[in-house]
Design a protein around this ligand. Structure first.
Ligand code: ZN
Length: 506
């Protein structure tokens, strides 16, 4: 269906998360903007087409504050080991793709396995599938991968934290495998299309995308075809070049803009590389701090001097302590650049207070809670009882910290993830549906200086809207809700759209 430039969505129940209310209204759209909100019974305006939403709930489109959309799109064209239930199943799936010139599997998660341990897998197990072709299997977190001998040969000595005997790659060597086993341009183009469609079908109309320079260029090339809005961050390795080129946060347009720089302080819980104050139970391993305080202070100063926003991956409490101290010593007061800490999964009460004082934004992943923080789950297994106090959404919110939600593409769906906030396994850290949805709608807009354009249904905002089957304000389990229809810039977003009925001329 071709959308007119001007139309009215009638019989809407517009959801307002901030004020926790649903308003029966009509929404007038003019090109990509919400022009007016009309009372439900306002007379039809002659000449303007109406689309009947039939009393369904309409909410602002989701913004996923932490995605790897392009990486996800590439993965969708590789071997998906997500959902495998054992080591054997992973190996069997890789074997089935033996005819490929290189066999790249990803998304495996040992907490889904009923049989086999990740320690059972190494270079030699993969060599049995093929000794000649490179085989890689990367963990869902991206921070750990196992590869065979042929793949290992391609990983040069500049890549650190590589256990060559077992074929284990940690951190950069795993995260940046796409630089070594480079996808074709075709794969990138198709990947962006596939991942955008997946995101849209889940109601995501904007993303905060973290990716490399090659992909950034591809985003720019595909800019005219973008169906989803992208604020893009790239990695700290190019911080100096970005500064030299004079780029500042916010450069771009309503569909694609350069937003800032991502720094990694540590790794992940699943790879046991998150930097902790206490060792992983039963080991002497405290995780790995990848950047020290001096280095971070240096980067903060550069970012401040050059108007660049930083998003800092910091998962363990030792990593976060370093981040907090660096900001405190740099005397960052009102955080005018809206720097963020990503993940913040293990964080003490005292640290929460100091983060609030610094005005740093917390960017967290409720889907991690749902997936790995359940009793008996991966976090309990790797951290012992300390897992109980992880991801304290309630404490972070009550401290007055701006809390934004993102999926880290594990998996993408906000509705899947929000359940980890409203049904946090430890009730003291649950959020109300309104608070949780706000973390996926209005607050992410603030995090990238788009308040006033996104995240609410008000005149002047982008017509990025989602029609949903039930009232999200009263949904204890958001995962049970269904996305029925997605508009981006006032136009139909996803191929999966099911309504509305044909537009009618008044
Ligand atoms: Zn990430």
């Amino acid at each position: 269906m071709k959308f007119p430039d001007r139309y009215i969505l009638k019989n809407c129940r517009a959801v307002d998360f901030k004020n926790k209310r649903v308003r029966p209204v009509q929404i007038q759209v003019d090109r990509e903007i919400i022009e007016r909100i009309l009372p439900i019974n306002a007379a039809q305006i002659p000449g303007i087409i109406t689309i009947d939403i039939k009393n369904r709930f309409v909410m602002p489109g989701f913004t996923d504050s932490h995605t790897h959309l392009m990486a996800r799109g590439i993965e969708l064209q590789r071997v998906d080991l997500g959902g495998c239930r054992s080591t054997d199943e992973c190996l069997e799936k890789l074997r089935r793709h033996r005819e490929r010139p290189e066999i790249f599997g990803s998304n495996w998660d040992e907490s889904d396995w009923v049989k086999g341990r990740k320690e059972d897998l190494d270079r030699l197990t993969l060599d049995k599938i093929s000794a000649k072709k490179p085989i890689i299997m990367r963990r869902v977190c991206g921070h750990f991968a196992i590869c065979n001998t042929a793949a290992l040969k391609r990983i040069g000595p500049k890549w650190k934290i590589v256990d060559r005997k077992r074929g284990y790659l940690y951190e950069d060597a795993a995260l940046f495998l796409n630089l070594i086993f480079s996808p074709s341009d075709n794969m990138l183009e198709k990947g962006l299309e596939l991942a955008s469609e997946e995101a849209l079908s889940m109601g995501v109309t904007s993303v905060h995308e973290i990716t490399n320079i090659r992909n950034f260029k591809m985003f720019q090339k595909l800019r005219p075809r973008l169906r989803i809005r992208v604020a893009l961050y790239t990695y700290w390795k190019v911080l100096d070049q970005v500064i030299e080129a004079g780029f500042q946060s916010g450069l771009g347009d309503n569909y694609l803009k350069f937003q800032g720089i991502k720094i990694f302080m540590d790794g992940s819980i699943g790879a046991r590389t998150a930097a902790m104050n206490n060792p992983y139970p039963g080991t002497k391993n405290y995780g790995k701090l990848l950047v020290n305080e001096e280095q971070l202070k240096n980067m903060i100063k550069k970012a401040e001097d050059n108007s660049l926003q930083l998003i800092i991956h910091s998962l363990g409490d030792r990593a976060t302590e370093t981040v907090i101290q660096a900001f405190e010593k740099c005397r960052i007061k009102e955080n005018r650049l809206r720097h963020r800490i990503e993940h913040l999964e293990v964080v003490s009460d005292r640290q929460i207070k100091r983060i609030a004082r610094l005005g740093l934004i917390a960017s967290m992943q409720p889907n991690f809670v749902r997936r790995w923080q359940q009793p008996g789950g991966l976090y309990e297994k790797y951290l012992g009882q300390a897992y109980r106090v992880m991801n304290p959404f309630r404490k972070v919110t009550d401290a007055g910290i701006t809390l934004v939600f993102g999926s880290d593409s594990m998996p993408m769906g906000p509705l899947y993830g929000l359940t980890g906030a409203t049904e946090h396994p430890f009730p003291a850290n649950r959020l109300t549906p309104a608070e949780a949805f706000d973390g996926y709608t209005e607050r992410p807009a603030y995090a990238v200086f788009e308040e006033g354009r996104k995240g609410r249904i008000e005149p002047g905002m982008f017509a990025d809207l989602v029609v949903i089957n039930k009232d999200p304000l009263t949904a204890a389990t958001p995962a049970l809700l269904k996305i029925e229809y997605v508009l981006v810039a006032g136009k139909s977003g996803s191929k999966h759209d099911r309504i509305p009925a044909r537009p009618r001329q008044a």
